[in-house]
Design a protein around this ligand. Sequence first.
Ligand code: C5P
Length: 208
Amino acid sequence: MSFVIAIDGPAASGKGTLARRLAAHYGLPHLDTGLLYRATACALMDEGLPLDDVEAAVEAARGLSLIDFDEARLRGREMGEAASLMGAMPAVRAALIDLQRNFASRPEGAVLDGRDIGTVICPNATVKVFVTASPETRAQRRALELASRGEEVDYAAILEDVKRRDARDSERSAAPLKPAADAVLLDTSELDREQAFAAALAIAEGGR
Ligand code: C5P
């Protein structure tokens, strides 16, 4: 039977790492849906278009092929900020729904991570996890991640980014960031990587 794992949570909560590891553990394909919003923003920037051009953003979202993008560039700080502007546009979200649902409908199942997987994209997912951690913990993790990729790191600016994105993602009217009613909450503030993975795996096994 199809096994769909939906992992949602705020910026830098560690949901991407958990999703990747769960996918590897179960041999399932994984889609990091944040990349779709990042790539949409990137396409607009590359064409020199403003980030509030809804029509152009929808067109970019419809024509998206992740193969055309440099993942390291997509994962940079600037693109995270721009992606959250894309995510606030209902028409962009709508344009990305089919791609995500098609990915989730593979016969074996899939792991998807994002903000609205359990609430909007895959309301019937087999397992839903909502990953959280304090803003300070998430800013520290993001700082380490960016530093490991050679980006210059300013912790205070990253903490501001995290808080601003939390506010924008939770307060928007289109698919705001919130746990699905049937999601299991996983707070990783006090957990190291292995403990967080063990906890996520236990939730996945419990929901199978
Ligand atoms: O997860 P990541 O940090 O890559 O996401 C970048 C931005 O894309 C988020 O701040 C959010 O605004 C948007 N996003 C979204 N819905 C998703 C995934 C990402 O709105 N499913």
